[in-house]
Write a protein that binds this ligand. Structure first.
Ligand code: SF4
Ligand code: SF4
Length: 255
């Protein structure tokens, strides 16, 4: 069985160069996402993940208690969730789980219904304006099948984006947090590395230097399809009870 592969993004060493955004666009032939514009968010000119932005580097300018200023930079991406609601709601099977446990969209099977878009708890997957089909990071599925690592991880000059077997990445990340704590960076923490979280563990997790909300990430994401089996069971029970009551009333009325 192929090991689960994923990303560990260590934002503490991101320098905001955006080589990851460019490498992703180049390798995957992702079209430009409109003219280069000033968003008002520091050096962030893509704003958010989208159909044409599969890696997004956030720039957060933060004032410190000592009146100093710091930049938090973080390269965001699809989380390749264990419980991937996008995949579970797709009616055509366009989204599938690969042998590397990543989640990939097949554009030739996507019919543009858009069900996956509100299903994603991170706002990752998005439809293109021209024909409405959905796109997102494939974790460079084609490169993985050829034994290469994803383009963004290859281009990152600081190793902020690390690719590998998820179990090994988790160990590496915990060691890195311990090192940062020893160095006095008490606010260092991991985000989405826990397999018991609301998405059943993610294939892409992060080392952050502040609360997830500061980076535009949901603090406690939950798969939007997690409670569906319980809801369906309750609905089936209610329907069964109603049918039994109608049958009893019908039989009683004939006596
Ligand atoms: S982050 Fe969103 S698009 Fe990516 S696998 Fe999870 S649910 Fe799907
Ligand atoms: S390539 Fe690496 S250092 Fe540059 S912006 Fe992306 S994650 Fe940060």
């Amino acid at each position: 069985m192929t090991a689960r592969m994923g990303f560990f993004t260590d934002t503490s060493i991101c320098i905001g160069c955006k080589a990851c955004e460019v490498a992703c666009k180049e390798w995957n032939l992702v079209p430009e996402d409109g003219p280069l514009a000033l968003t008002g968010d520091s050096y962030d000119n893509t704003g958010a993940l989208g159909a044409d932005t599969w890696r997004h580097v956030a720039f957060v300018e933060q004032r410190r208690d000592d009146d100093g200023l710091r930049w938090l930079m973080s390269s965001d991406v699809c989380k390749h969730c264990s419980s991937a609601a996008c995949l579970e709601v797709c009616p055509t099977g366009a989204l599938f789980r690969t042998e590397f446990s990543t989640v990939v969209v097949q554009p030739d099977i996507c019919n543009g219904c858009g069900y996956c878009v509100p299903a994603c708890p991170f706002g990752v997957i998005d439809r293109r304006e021209d024909d409405g089909r959905a796109f997102k990071c494939t974790l460079c599925y084609d490169r993985l099948r050829d034994g290469l690592q994803p383009a963004c991880a290859t281009a990152c000059p600081t190793d902020s984006i690390q690719f590998g077997e998820l179990d090994e990445l988790r160990q590496r990340a915990r060691a890195r947090v311990a090192t940062l704590h020893d160095a006095g960076v008490a606010e260092a923490r991991l985000y989405l590395e826990d397999e018991d979280d609301g998405v059943g563990g993610a294939g892409a997790f992060f080392l952050l230097l502040d609360e997830p909300e500061v980076y535009g990430l949901p603090p406690d994401p939950v798969s939007t399809t997690r409670d569906l089996p319980t809801l369906w069971r309750a609905a089936a029970l209610a329907a069964g009870t109603l049918a039994a009551a109608v049958a009893a009333a019908f039989v009683g009325g004939r006596r």
